[in-house]
Design a protein around this ligand. Sequence first.
Ligand code: FAD
Length: 405
Amino acid sequence: MSETVVIIGAGQAGCDMTAALRQQGFDGRIVMIGEEPVLPYRRPPLSKAYLSDEMTEEQLYIKPASTYEKQNVEVITGVRVERIDRAAKNVTLANGEVIDYTKLAFCTGGHARRLPLPGAEKPNVHYVRTIADIEKLKAQFLPGKRLLIIGGGYIGLEAAAVGIKKELRVTLVEAMPRLLARVTGPELSEYYYCVHSAKGVDIKLGAGVDALEGGELVERVVLADGTRLEADVIIVGIGLIPNTELAEAAALEVDNGILVDQQCRSSDPDIFAAGDCANHDHGFLLRRMRLESVPNASEGARVIAATICGKEAVHNGAPWFWSDQYDLKLQMVGINQGYEEVVIRGSMEENSFSAFYLCGGVIISADTVNRPKDFMVAKKLVAGRVKADAATLSDESVELKSLIA
Ligand SMILES: Cc1cc2nc3c(=O)[nH]c(=O)nc-3n(C[C@H](O)[C@H](O)[C@H](O)COP(=O)(O)OP(=O)(O)OC[C@H]3O[C@@H](n4cnc5c(N)ncnc54)[C@H](O)[C@@H]3O)c2cc1C
């Protein structure tokens, strides 16, 4: 019997998996099913170039339709997978179609965490996850409008930067005492606070949202301390919930993502998961982690393809990520959890620096701002668990690459 790989979710991981399967020599049937009505697309520009009208929808697509045809990949868009029958080894689509699989991959991503308050469903409250979300947002994202952003993570900050560029009046509220609190150290949080404040974003930290007030639209956001902030447009960027409901219904092991091993295999050996929906036994971090980044989705996709093709592969790359705000390119590698010391190389004032996070003298993570060369070396330093001291790292006369053994 010939093999059929069914991929649920036509996003970054799903798309990369189709290509990787063919590259690895898989010659069976590949069917990728996505509930969005478009071809797989890149999400990072949604809060950057696409929101600021510097990119068309077609430019978001990871590949044109012709590439899937050439690779003999069946892409079904605009239809949701509703059910998985693990015993019969098939999936049922919302239109009733049943497709058999020999191997199944979850590349289902996640959905934006909703603001759990009455009024959050009103038409001027927005999320930033899909092309459809941005199309709806763009109609209200107009010069002079009062934009209120709830959440000081990457998505909130990137949207704030575009808001300033498009001449909206931007306020950002964050419940934690600093920006980017979950992903970076206080030095970077302070740096981004100063950057955004200087550009005109009114940032309120330690500011939980208690209520939304208004009529047909939300007109005011009420903070926990009673402050009322007037707003025309609201963006909520408070995190992502992995899409695991199908996996749970199919009795796969799920705990903040579909639990997978280093080959991205779930508790069913014929079912895999990659990308935002997967909680990996991570070969580099040596612990479980659910990551939300393009490089993570791509690596997981490649590992699944190799494993299906009977090759050795493990998900063990040092995680990395980027974020663009104004003319600042932030690139991060590693996870800084548990760091003991941070060392700054370069100049925050000149918007060109790198922050290295050390634990027991080992570089466990780095954030670089407008320093792509530092970033390339930092990836190797983190991946190689290289030891370095603060004096050497901060000394710009010492070439970073000299630290690579
Ligand atoms: C605004 C924004 C900015 C970002 N910026 C960056 C960045 O700068 N750098 C970076 O590295 N990462 C960034 N990311 C994160 C990155 O885009 C994601 O980590 C990546 O897209 C994850 O890929 P994925 O394949 O797991 O999920 P997705 O790309 O989300 O694809 C999952 C797809 O599965 C579909 N699906 C779900 N359930 C079903 C079902 N039952 N049936 C059919 N289809 C289904 C979904 O509708 C979706 O289309 C950003 C994300 C967003 C939203």
